[in-house]
Design a protein around this ligand. Sequence first.
Ligand code: PAF
Length: 281
Amino acid sequence: MKISNTIESLRTVIKQWHQDGLQVGFVPTMGHLHAGHMELVNQAKLSCDKVVVSIFVNPLQFNEISDYESYPQSLAEDQKQLINVKTDLLFLPDNEMMYAANQQLTTKVCVPGISQVLEGECRPGHFDGVSTIVNKLLNLVQPQQAFFGEKDYQQLLLIRKMVNDLNIPVDIKSVTTHREVDGLAMSSRNSRLSKLQRGIAPQLYGVLKKLAERISNNELSIVKAEAEAVSDLKRAGFVPEYVSVRNGSTLHTADEKSANRRVLAAVRLGEVRLIDNISID
Ligand code: PAF
C-alpha cells in the first residue's frame, strides 16, 4: 500500500493511474476503522482498478470541541486493516495541508435544505464542514467512484446533492449499514461506550425496528409511533435528540400515505452520540 502525506505525491500517483486508463475508487474516512469501513473498501475493490482511502479527522465538521478532541484514533491498526483488504493508496493529509491559511477563513461549500434539518439542526455547521472537506477530497483524489455508508444517511444524501449541484464527475455509491451481531450500527464512536453503555446501545436499532413494524402494519400513526419510540429510548437509558420518519430521498417529513419512508434517529448515551436509520417501506 502506498502512503501519501502530501498533495503533490497524491496527485502524481493519481495522474499516472488516470493516464493508464484505470478506474479510481475513493473511500474517505476519519480513521479508527472498523468492519463497516472495510466493507466500503471491499465494494470499491469490486468495481474499481485502484482504491484510495483517506484518513483525516476534519475539525471543520465538529460542532463540539470536546467531540473533536476525543475522537478515537488508531493509525497503526488502521494501516494493518487497509493492507489486509489490499488498499492501493492511503492519503493522510493534516490540518495545515487542508486548511493552510486558517480554518475559519476557508472557502466553504454549503448544501442548503438537506443540511439544515435533523443532524443539521442538532449540530450547527456540521454539514458545511462535511460538504467542504468531501468537495476538497474529491478535487484532490479525482475518483470516478466514491463510497459512503448508509449509517450516515443524511450525509449520503447531502453528498449526492452537492455532487449533482456542482457537476462533480464522480459516481456516489452507497453501502448498507454494517451492524454488530446484536444490531448496533458500526461506528468509530462505539469504542467510547462503557461496558454498561455498550450493553444498552443495540436497543436503538431494536426501537427503530419496532417503530418501522408499527407503521408498516398500520398499528400506530407516525406521530404516535415516533412518541412511543422516544419513550422506549428514554426507558432504556438514552437521551433522544430526534426520532423522525422522513422521505428517504428528500428528508421531508412523511405521512401515512408517503412512499419510500425512512426513520432516522439520534440519541446520547452518556457522552457518546449515536445515530442510526432504517427503511420503513
Ligand atoms: O463519514 C465520515 O467519516 C466523514 O464525515 C467524512 C465523509 C470522511 C468527511 O470527513
